[in-house]
Design a protein around this ligand. Structure first.
Ligand code: NAD
Length: 303
């Protein structure tokens, strides 16, 4: 069984696959053009988000049995077309959940105490003790979670442990962890939360789930966190809500356009903090993703 690694993958996972008898070629900087010339030699390909797997490549993958995506989203793979050609598409959905949940919690603290902004003043040699002594505690505040799947639920558990009241909205989940109060109406989340965090995928049903109408229903001075997917928050509406003071601050790891605009409109607001889609970017998540990729590859190779 021959496997090609197309994107950077944990070294111990590669060793595990080799030890199981899989012939692994690491080509993690390969271009799409090169890949098209060699793909017929492989039975399994491993990608993360760098490599796109679309029809022209799939048509040349005449021996491919499976594409394994290390990570959650499979937007970079034409899943339906691959499956129509008998190619299985697998991912590692749970491996990075805790890392994303921890980043979200980190952002709650950072927003409540303006940690990045005050750090910037210290680096400028300033001592703005008075200006930055008006933060708030998380304990006793209400966190509204939109989307209570793997990550949303973990955020809820961690926030509850910090003493927050946690409300969750997810019409597709029958039962939630006991620390999350299930709300049937999204407007209740908007009306009652001091902090709102979004953990839904970006679909037709979740596009702009936080839009101008949603912001209008929120408490004055609400804080927004999005470590889910760009496109779930209407960034133009968020800019307006920040400008008017309706939203006191926002923390964003994902953006509508991560290639060209890259969240720059939002980052221009001093009360907005953010990161370049690093939610899953921890050593632990990388190791877990690698471990799951290796497990899936070995399972497929042994069939
Ligand atoms: P998940 O599938 O376990 O949970 C998503 C939840 O959203 C599901 O429970 C689903 O029922 C719910 N949902 C769908 N439509 C909804 C709606 N209209 N209203 C309310 N809830 C709705 O996914 P997950 O693993 O928890 O991931 C959540 C998001 O985080 C995904 O978009 C994923 O791509 C993203 N993510 C981001 C990073 C990052 O680096 N920032 C890393 C991993 C995952």
């Amino acid at each position: 069984m021959r496997l090609i690694i197309c994107d950077p993958t944990d070294a111990s996972a590669i060793e595990t696959m080799r030890a199981a008898g899989i012939e692994v070629d690491v080509r993690d900087t390969i271009t799409l053009e090169e890949l098209e010339t060699v793909i017929a030699d492989y039975h399994i390909m491993v990608v993360r988000s760098r490599t796109t797997v679309r029809a022209p490549l799939i048509d040349k993958a005449t021996n491919l049995k499976a594409v394994i995506r290390g990570g959650v989203g499979v937007d970079n793979i034409d899943v339906a077309y691959a499956e129509s050609k008998g190619i299985e598409v697998r991912n590692t959905p749970a491996a990075s959940s805790n890392s994303v949940a921890e980043l979200t919690i980190g952002y709650l603290f950072a927003l409540a105490r303006q940690i990045p902004q005050v750090t910037a003043t210290m680096k400028d040699g300033k001592w703005e003790k008075k200006a930055f002594s008006k933060g708030s505690e998380l304990a006793g505040k209400t966190l509204g979670i939109v989307g209570c799947g793997r990550i949303g639920a973990m955020v809820g558990e961690k926030a509850a442990a910090l003493g927050m009241a946690v409300l969750g909205y997810d019409p597709f989940i029958a039962e939630m962890a006991s620390c999350i109060l299930k709300e049937e109406d999204l407007d209740e989340i908007f009306a009652r939360s001091d902090f709102i965090t979004v953990h839904v995928p970006h679909t037709d049903g979740t596009h702009y789930i936080l839009d101008a109408a949603a912001f209008a229903k929120m408490k004055d001075g609400v804080y927004i966190v999005n470590c889910g997917r760009g496109g779930t928050v209407d960034e133009a509406a968020l800019c307006d809500a920040l400008a008017s003071g309706k939203v006191a601050g926002a923390a964003l790891d994902v953006f509508e356009d991560e290639k060209v605009e890259r969240g720059q409109r939002l980052m221009a607001f001093p009360q907005v903090i953010g990161s370049p889609h690093i939610g899953a970017g921890t050593r632990e998540a990388t190791a877990r993703v690698g471990g799951e990729v290796a497990q899936i590859a070995i399972e497929i190779a042994r069939r």
